[in-house]
Design a protein around this ligand. Sequence first.
Ligand SMILES: [Zn+2]
Length: 277
Amino acid sequence: MSKNKSPRPEPESLGLPPCGVDSHAHLDMEDFDADREEILDRALNSGVARTGNVFLGPEAYRKNRHLFAHRPEIFFLLGIHPGDADQYSPEAVSAMRQAFQSDPRLRAVGEIGLDFYWDAHPRALQEQAFRAQLALALDLGLPPVVHCRDAFADTLRVLLAEGWSGRRLLWHCFGGDGDQAQTLLGHGWHLSIPGPASYARNEALHRAVAAAPLERLLLETDCPYLGAEPWRGKRNHPALLGFTALAVARIKNMPVDELWAATGRNACTFFGLEALP
Ligand SMILES: [Zn+2]
């Protein structure tokens, strides 16, 4: 007997209104070199009106920002990832400062943080780079976007020591449980929810999302990684954000159009972007 597997639905078929925002994408990566324009068009055709592209350090920003010169729907984040902590130097942070001061499309310092899963660089160096960039964000009056993997307690310790409780901050790719979510929300921070919220087994994450106030939630693809069901394991891209929205809307027991518009509004407010219709 042959398996009669129905084809995966394409994101355009979801019919979402043009007011969604992907808060976190890596569209300058070479994974998109072959079809970047098509991918950007598909995002717009799938209701993703704005996407935040994350440049992993001042060198990536300098080399790749031209890719979006004619794409006003893309806003920018820039930060030295903990996996690249060896890029950190006072000179690199000055280069970032100059970039932020001259380019209004740069809206947040990130992704920055601690990654003890890959542990690609000494933890002390990761922390030094993280602290220096948090100080830069504070100085510039811009929010940080935090990457944390297997380092919850230390990330929290650094954020509190640097005075971020009660300030505008986005916890990127939230994948924790209800207790962690409540801790972060208690400091006034926002959570960005990625594709794994659509995976059936992530019950702790489902409960965390269910309990979080809608006005503190954003959505992200973190593409090319972390595709939502039914695109799990495939190259992720911003148009697929709608599948994460479907999952989150189910968890929060609300219409997906409403969830889509609310998380889009939250992102516009958070990043200081012009409001969407
Ligand atoms: Zn990322």
